[in-house]
Ligand binder design. Structure first.
Ligand SMILES: [Zn+2]
Ligand SMILES: [Zn+2]
Length: 455
């Protein structure tokens, strides 16, 4: 460990209680995407007390009010902007024993944001910025989990948001415009202190609505059209398509039925489903999504039901900047030693994150920090060892900042110069993801008996 790294350890240890308190507070106040007002407010208060001047997403004169913010700390010397991100949102998971109002931090984002606060506090300690160039942006981002798709569709209609993913929305609003490199440390239950990987799937977010006709289920089923049965047939067809999927595309399709809103003695006239189509590339996601839509329409046609398809851009595939991951690996090794980390440069995960969208535009990556237990998104998940997950992760991110921004930010400049983004501009990236944007009535019935399917 260098003298500078020893100072970082000392500075973070000094604010350890702030980190541990934040982890507990955010854990006990879970909020889902775009409703994280308490969490954002809690952090804003702490950031302001530390002397930061956060730029708040709810005070953006050009866009709708959403939770989240960013705050910069400038070294006073010119150089790139290095962004540390933390996610604010929890999940709907009512059966988690510690759920509050049906929600819990079953993905451990409470640990990330506690670490973000810790990094912010440690950067205010004496000597923290000595020898660094450029600036550090600390960003609290809402809505990482792509859930409550109908609620987000409402927010879109009202003009509050344009994109379902918080980072995608932040990119759209320009909060990443002057960021050059971005990182995030997520929680993991793996028995390692840090885990690095190559990247992961992207996704398209889908709301699927079958429309039938209500009628007496016992007395007059012949007058009804059963939307639930149409949905079941559509899903059966999707499941039968799975054998046509190719390993290389890493496709995942995991629909949930949202249930009916009528009594048992009524033929259900509506069945809503939500799903993603995940995949390793945008091309693969769009291609397979079309097939799934066709299969879903087949279920509607069989029953004579209607079908509304609402597809929205989810996340871009997460293509980590490998030289940046390598630098992170060195930072983690300095902190905990080689035996306690695992960096697998071939590992492609099948989950998705809007960190993927950030990787489309700049060198960015996500790694994981151990200290959680249970299954991610499971009812047994929690941050068991917050020192390991949150305190270590604040230290590792500041070790990385040191590596990137010291020596006139030489390493950061080298990584930025060597990086070739998948899209040449923000506009080109938004144009590409707009291909996943669709709202249509997929099945039309004509008087002459012909049926038109549009997917
Ligand atoms: Zn998650
Ligand atoms: Zn997560």
């Amino acid at each position: 460990m260098t003298e500078r790294e020893k100072l970082i350890v000392k500075n973070v240890d000094k604010v350890k209680q702030l980190i541990l308190d934040a982890e507990r507070w955010i854990w006990s106040h879970p909020e889902v995407g775009y409703t994280e007002w308490q969490t954002s407010g809690y952090l804003l208060e702490k950031f302001e007390a530390l002397g930061y001047e956060p730029v708040r997403a709810d005070r953006d004169p050009d866009h709708g009010k959403i939770p989240g913010f960013y705050a910069d700390i400038d070294t006073g010397r010119p150089g790139p902007c290095f962004c540390i991100m933390g996610e604010l949102d929890a999940l709907d998971i009512a059966n988690h024993p510690e759920s509050v109002n049906g929600m819990a931090h079953s993905c451990g984002h409470n640990g990330q944001t506690a670490a973000l606060l810790g990094a912010a506090a440690a950067l205010k300690e004496p000597g923290a910025l000595d020898g660094l160039s450029g600036k550090i942006r600390l960003m609290a981002v809402p809505a990482e989990e792509m859930i409550q798709l109908e609620f987000r569709e409402e927010l879109r209609k009202k003009g509050v948001i344009k994109y379902n993913g918080g980072k995608t929305e932040f990119i759209y609003r320009g909060y990443f415009d002057d960021v050059d490199i971005a990182v995030l440390v997520h929680a993991t239950s793996m028995d390692v202190d840090f885990y690095g990987f190559k990247g992961s799937n992207g996704c398209i977010a889908k709301v699927i609505t079958y429309k039938g006709k209500s009628s007496h289920a016992g007395g007059a089923p012949h007058l009804g059209i059963n939307a639930q049965y149409a949905a079941m047939l559509g899903l059966q067809a999707c499941n039968d398509l799975r054998e046509t999927l190719q390993e290389k595309d890493s496709i995942r399709f995991h629909p949930i039925m949202k249930g009916v809103n009528c009594a048992v003695n009524i033929i259900p006239d509506e069945m809503k489903l939500e799903s993603y189509v995940r995949g390793a590339t945008m091309e693969a996601m769009l291609r397979e999504n079309k097939k799934f839509n066709r299969a879903l329409a087949g279920g509607a046609v069989a029953m004579g039901a209607g079908l509304t398809l609402c597809d929205r851009p989810g996340y871009a595939p997460r293509n980590h900047c490998i030289p940046l991951v390598e630098e992170f690996e060195k930072a983690c090794t300095d902190l905990v030693g080689k035996d306690r980390i695992k960096f697998d440069y071939n590992a492609w995960l099948t989950s998705s994150s809007d960190v993927g969208d950030v990787t489309m535009l700049m060198p960015a990556c996500q790694i994981s920090a151990g200290g959680a237990c249970g299954k991610s998104h499971g009812i047994d998940f929690c941050i068991k060892d917050p020192e390991r997950m949150c305190v270590n992760s604040a230290k590792a991110q500041l070790f990385l900042a040191e590596r990137l921004l010291s020596d006139g930010a030489a390493k950061a400049k080298e990584i930025i110069a060597g990086y070739v983004p998948p899209y040449s501009s923000k506009e080109a990236y938004f144009e590409a993801i707009s291909q996943a944007d669709k709202l249509c009535e997929a099945v039309e019935y004509s008087e002459d008996g012909s049926i038109t399917v549009k997917v």
